[in-house]
Design a protein around this ligand. Structure first.
Ligand SMILES: [Zn+2]
Length: 71
């Protein structure tokens, strides 16, 4: 099933970040996407097909980069 994702979507991936947090915000959405770890702020470049396959679920979205997430 196709997940609805867009710029600002907050995702849980199948594999979390080594920092221990598994929540990512899409900070750039195009052929190549950039996702930001909401735990440590690290930004990872990932192509869109790989990202779609890596998504476990979409947990919400942010508005223009302001993030209010409880870990
Ligand atoms: Zn992290």
């Amino acid at each position: 099933m196709e997940q609805e994702i867009k710029l600002g979507s907050v995702l849980v991936l199948k594999k979390g970040h080594p920092c221990g947090v598994n929540k990512w915000e899409i900070v750039r959405f195009g052929t190549d996407c950039k996702i930001k770890c909401l735990g440590c702020g690290r930004i990872v470049l990932i192509d869109r097909p790989t990202l779609k396959k890596a998504i476990k679920k979409v947990v919400g979205e942010t508005n223009e980069g302001t993030v209010e997430i409880n870990h």
